[in-house]
Ligand binder design. Structure first.
Ligand SMILES: [Zn+2]
Length: 187
């Protein structure tokens, strides 16, 4: 793999991430260093958004990480609204909210947190935006295991097919919680 890329995808649980990932994160990303506790705090915000759609609990927030290592600033939020519009996945809804509030700028300084691994549509949109980082909880496999249709293309595959993109990519944050949320969703 090209060593300038910053793929830090990890299928392990949050405990494993805490033990093994932060040093790599800090060494390889242009974003401020982000602790695993902060990743988990932000993921809980995404989970809170997801509660807005009990059948398809895909929620997302966009956070500007703090340069001083404290809590980042929540810049935008969104939840899956595909019943209204088929492209309004949580990530797209969140990107639209960001655009409304902040305009089409500043993406490289932002990290999107989402309860489910972005689909190929959403990950492509995030790549085109040039977002600084994408952090997700449940993987494509975890989403499929909950009986939700999902295109079998991973975020990593989309990123690797986009040589102009070098954002942070991290998976599995609070996945145990979101896997359970997807399994127990309203049907
Ligand atoms: Zn999507």
């Amino acid at each position: 793999m090209n060593t300038t890329r910053r793929f830090l995808l990890c299928a392990c649980g949050a405990a494993g991430l805490t033990a093994s990932m932060p040093a790599a994160l800090q060494a390889r990303t242009a974003l401020p260093s982000i602790s695993m506790a902060e990743h988990e705090r932000c993921m809980r915000l995404a989970i809170a958004e997801a509660r807005g759609n009990p059948m398809y609990p895909f929620g997302a927030v966009i956070v500007r990480p703090s340069a001083s290592g404290g809590a980042g600033e929540t810049m935008a939020r969104g939840v899956n609204d595909a019943r209204e519009n088929p492209i309004l996945h949580g990530e797209i809804a969140c990107m639209n909210d960001y655009l409304r509030r902040h305009g089409n700028k500043g993406w490289a300084d932002m990290v999107l947190y989402t309860t489910g691994e972005p689909c190929s549509m959403c990950m492509s949109a995030l790549v085109w935006a040039g977002i600084g980082g994408v952090v997700f909880a449940s993987s494509v496999e975890g989403i499929l295991a909950a009986g939700i249709d999902q295109i079998r293309i991973t975020t990593r595959q989309v990123a690797e097919a986009s040589p102009f993109y070098s954002g942070l990519l991290l998976g599995g944050v609070l996945a145990a919680e979101t896997d359970k949320m997807f399994l127990e969703r309203k049907r």
